[in-house]
Design a binder for this molecule. Sequence first.
Ligand SMILES: [Zn+2]
Length: 67
Amino acid sequence: MSLMDKVKELLAPDEGETVLYDYECQECETTFTSSEEQESVTCDNCGSTDLEEVGRMYAGGGGGAPG
Ligand SMILES: [Zn+2]
């Protein structure tokens, strides 16, 4: 693989990659994991939308987590 191919691969989003977000509910302090982005997710426990993202994980694709 050439360097340019490698750069292109890094820049292009991998459609096979799933992002899992860890959220903490600010209402009831439940933490849960969702593949939805924050604006479209509600608390698993109480239904609140007052959530804070506390972490994220990349599943599928490849390359591992940066940093
Ligand atoms: Zn809650």
